[in-house]
Ligand binder design. Structure first.
Ligand SMILES: [Ca+2]
Ligand SMILES: [Ca+2]
Ligand SMILES: [Ca+2]
Length: 436
């Protein structure tokens, strides 16, 4: 006789499950159910308390089947954990038409996807242990909720590298905090959720085109609006710390699908950290009529108020000397596209010693682009590029002095030295005796 609290093992046709009877339920909507084995809880031993760990063992099926007799469902209390792992041999849906509450959910199948669907909802709650165990969602693989998910207390979503968890229906924070950990991706596609609260991004990616029902604190994650370009809405405030990144794709003029990414913040936006601009390979931003003059402008953040600036901006160069200028305005952040003047390798609207140093460092190199000082796009940094730079030395573009103005004396001396150095360098390259 197996006692109710003894270790035990159960062999199925293809599976073997072991554990303690007080801790484990075999849970399946289709093939097996605990009721098939419930005789184990009778007999001589003490009757087992309700199982706490429910491990899904079927293919697609009903969340609420496979429960102990007399109970109302599968995992259904804040003492219960639900594990969806390796029982499925193809993508599977587990449906619930009832509202269920559990303490934690684990998806652990990197080959096949689980979708939790149905007319019900899934809530996460802490138990009443001391200390209470807060709920969590732990994800390996690609899985999604098509039911609303609600937090009844603070929770953690830990999504491993290469893994994705998608909320395709509402994510109701109900005033609580969802902390995103792990290198994987959290996708929020929901259209409506309520109650406020905060999503805290510590790692990985948070994105898609839904609405975060409360605030978003991006302390170490990458916030990536849209499915490709799209708009991610933050219903309350957005704050980005020094370790956070905002990833913005540009492939068209308008915010949203087919255009460019946008973070639409209803409350305030507090900025720091990194802005990562990604221009689509097939897209060329429209620039102004003169070098340095802004043409097309892309509003990438809107907010009721904006404070702070990004400390690092990557991807300002969109190819061919076309750059974005980041405009920090009271209620938005925009990218204004302009054509840089020849010689302005770093697109900071002045041709100066920094650009010269870039040119000198790349002189003679091939496989180069504008930001390497190849201003005529002939794939080599040579004397023609140097002459362009020298001719435009100084600020430009109506945003400073006119191009070609006389540079500062100190810069002139450095330029002259640089020219001499380049000349010597070039002669040496052409002298056979120096080839060693
Ligand atoms: Ca995007
Ligand atoms: Ca420059
Ligand atoms: Ca060149």
């Amino acid at each position: 006789m197996i006692g109710a609290r003894e270790n035990f093992g159960v062999a199925f046709e293809n599976d073997y499950v072991e554990g303690k009877m007080e801790m484990l339920a075999i849970w399946s909507g289709t093939v097996y159910s605990l009721s098939d084995f419930i005789g184990l809880t009778g007999g001589d031993g003490p009757s087992a308390p309700p199982p706490t760990d429910y491990i899904w063992t079927g293919e697609s099926g009903n969340w609420n089947l496979g429960s102990p007799p007399g109970a109302s469902g599968g995992p259904f209390s804040s003492y219960h954990t639900a594990t969806f792992s390796d029982s499925i041999s193809e993508p599977a849906t587990v449906f619930t038409n009832q509202h269920v509450t559990v303490n934690s959910i684990t998806f652990n199948n990197s080959t096949h996807s689980y979708g939790v669907v149905g007319q019900g909802s899934v809530s996460l709650n802490s138990n009443t242990d001391t200390p209470a165990v807060n709920p969590s969602i732990n994800v390996t693989g690609t899985h999604e909720f098509q039911t609303p998910v609600g937090l009844l207390t603070n929770a953690v979503a830990d999504i491993g590298g290469g893994s994705t968890l998608t909320f395709n229906h509402a994510l109701n924070l109900n005033g609580n905090t969802l902390t995103k950990t792990g290198a994987g991706t959290l996708r929020i596609n929901n259209v409506l959720s309520t109650g406020g609260g905060t999503v805290i991004g510590l790692e990985g990616t948070i994105g898609r085109s839904g609405t975060i029902a409360g605030s978003l604190e991006n302390n170490g994650a990458t916030v990536s609006p849209g499915n490709s370009p799209g708009i991610l809405t933050v219903a309350d405030n957005y704050s980005q710390g020094g370790g956070g990144t905002l990833e913005i794709e540009i492939m068209g003029s308008n915010p949203g699908e087919g255009g460019h990414d946008q973070l639409l913040v209803t409350g305030s936006a507090s900025l720091n950290g990194t802005l990562d601009i990604q221009t689509d390979a097939g897209f060329t931003p429209g620039v102004g009529a003169m070098p340095g003059m802004v043409g097309d402008s892309y509003v990438i953040i809107t907010a009721s108020s904006r404070t702070g600036e990004f400390s690092t901006v990557n991807g300002r160069h969109a190819g061919g000397g076309k750059f974005y200028k980041v405009g920090y305005n009271p209620t938005n952040v925009s990218l204004g596209a302009f054509q840089a003047l020849g010689g302005d390798a770093d697109g900071n609207l002045t041709v100066d010693i920094t650009d010269f140093n870039t040119l000198a460092g790349n002189f003679g190199n091939t496989g180069v682009e504008w930001t390497d000082a190849d201003f005529d796009a002939n794939d080599v940094v040579d004397i023609t590029d140097f002459n362009t730079l020298a001719g435009n030395f100084g600020p430009y573009g109506g945003l400073g002095d006119a191009p070609g103005q006389v540079p500062e004396p100190a810069a002139l001396v450095l330029l002259a030295l640089g020219i001499a150095g380049i000349a010597v360098f070039t002669r040496r390259r052409l002298t056979p005796g120096n080839r060693c």
